[in-house]
Design a protein around this ligand. Structure first.
Ligand SMILES: Cc1cc2nc3c(=O)[nH]c(=O)nc-3n(C[C@H](O)[C@H](O)[C@H](O)COP(=O)(O)OP(=O)(O)OC[C@H]3O[C@@H](n4cnc5c(N)ncnc54)[C@H](O)[C@@H]3O)c2cc1C
Length: 404
């Protein structure tokens, strides 16, 4: 077990600086352009792959850090650079987490690298859970997976909604119902390998924020995949389904929920990076902007806003680091992952809004980055569990009751 420490080690400090430097030199200068274009920023992701920031090795290195802090530290700097581009770089990690959380070691080694490709041939992964009629309520997925014993294949049918990298990914991880009557306990995760017939991109969404990140529907029309693309294998699934049928409750987590729980501190770190960007920018602005013959920061109304922003940001980081450490060292006890994501997301929305207020009219225009940061922050109270769902998870954990 690693000690919890607020002092980053030499490796972590080096990674923090390395990502920060990339954010300054490559990401920030490109941010506005890709936000306006609303296209996937391939050249930037390729640059990230060339230096090893986008890739299997970096992810593995960060994921095996025993303190758990390397990943949130790197993500904070990445999203400080830009959240749309940051999401384009981090989107494949959710697919990788879905595979690592549910797959056998052999499946992890086969498929996670294919979510990234190589520096010369960059690929993407997509984690597909949500559906038009099932977002928060992941137990009600309608996408069906039916086993065809004659050919040892699984046949997938359904529509996935709001999928990051959906339809442009090399590897799609699909969570589907095998026995819908068992709700979440009747679900399993599947790999759809590259170029599989029947998988197509539906509509591409036009979004409020993180516009450089690609989000679209994924349509599955009689998609046939080999039996070994069931993550975890058939024997394990059969045993799980049998237990669920027998007891009506297996005690096992839904595959999608287990993935989201593990990634919550990372999502909090994304929001934290945006909040810090907006805070730093508005602090400098408040010192320089004069009104009534003095810098606007000399008014308590502005200075206190900045004091609150700094306090909330630090509180968020402490919760994120605690959750990231716990995730590697004994696991969450009281929904600490949800606490960190909830706090950081709400903080990012508030801080970026206050930043616009501090910049006044300029803050409302696209000539300054704070309006983009505000748009980018908002998604964090929605995806990977809305703020209300985080509160539900926390309420259940602290009460031990099945609060509805
Ligand atoms: C940009 C973007 C990227 C995304 N990427 C992915 C992805 O890669 N993969 C993926 O699978 N999904 C992805 N999603 C989907 C995302 O996870 C869902 O949108 C989210 O879980 C919310 O689901 P919903 O939109 O159906 O909202 P709903 O579940 O319909 O919720 C609507 C409102 O009701 C509230 N609500 C619902 N149930 C309760 C309750 N029990 N108690 C209190 N309040 C409740 C919610 O908090 C929310 O405010 C993405 C979404 C977006 C917008």
């Amino acid at each position: 077990m690693a000690d919890f420490s607020l002092t980053l080690n030499d490796d972590q400090l080096q990674i923090q600086k390395w990502v920060h430097d990339f954010a300054v030199a490559v990401i920030r200068p490109a941010a506005s352009e890709w936000d306006e274009a609303e296209e996937f920023p391939w050249p930037v992701v390729q640059e990230a792959a060339k230096i090893g920031l986008y890739g299997f090795d970096f992810l593995m290195n960060a994921m095996t850090d025993t303190t758990g802090l390397t990943l949130p530290v790197a993500i904070e700097e990445l999203f400080w650079g830009d959240a749309g581009i940051g999401m384009a770089i981090m989107g494949s990690a959710l697919a990788a987490a879905g595979i690592s959380g549910n797959g056998t070691p052999e499946q992890v080694m086969e498929w996670v690298p294919q979510c990234y490709g190589t520096a010369d041939d960059v690929k993407l992964g997509a984690f597909c859970v949500s559906e038009p009629d099932a977002g928060s309520d992941v137990s009600s997925l309608r996408t069906r997976a039916v086993y065809d014993q004659a050919t040892d294949e699984w046949v997938l049918n359904g529509t996935k909604a709001w999928i990051t990298n959906g339809g442009i990914a090399n590897v799609h991880v699909i969570v589907a119902a095998v026995e819908p009557e068992l709700k979440g306990r009747g679900q399993a995760s599947f790999i759809v390998p590259p170029n599989t017939k029947g998988l197509s991109m539906g509509q591409k969404y036009k979004k409020h924020g993180i516009r450089a990140s690609h989000t679209s529907e994924v349509v599955l029309d009689d998609v046939r995949i080999p039996g070994n693309c069931l993550l975890g294998g058939k024997e394990k699934l059969d045993a799980k389904l049998a237990r669920a049928r027998e007891r009506g409750h297996s005690g096992e987590k839904q595959p999608a929920m287990a993935t989201f729980e593990a990634t919550r501190p990372s999502v909090g770190a994304q929001a934290l990076g945006i909040a810090r960007a907006a805070y730093e920018y508005s602090l400098e602005y408040a010192k320089e902007r004069h009104a009534f013959g003095r810098p606007i920061i000399m008014n308590q109304a502005i200075a206190f806003k900045l004091a609150n922003m700094a306090t909330e940001i630090d509180a968020s980081r402490l919760l994120i680091w605690r959750a990231a450490w716990l995730a590697r060292n004994g696991g969450f006890k009281n929904a600490e992952g949800s606490m960190s994501k909830y706090k950081a997301s709400e903080t990012a929305v508030r801080v970026t809004e206050e930043a616009i207020q501090i910049l006044g009219g300029y803050g409302y225009t696209r000539e300054y980055p704070v309006e983009r940061w505000h748009r980018d922050a908002k998604i964090h109270t929605i995806f990977e569990g809305t703020s209300e769902i985080q509160q539900l998870v926390i309420a259940r954990a602290i009460s031990g009751l099945r609060i509805e």
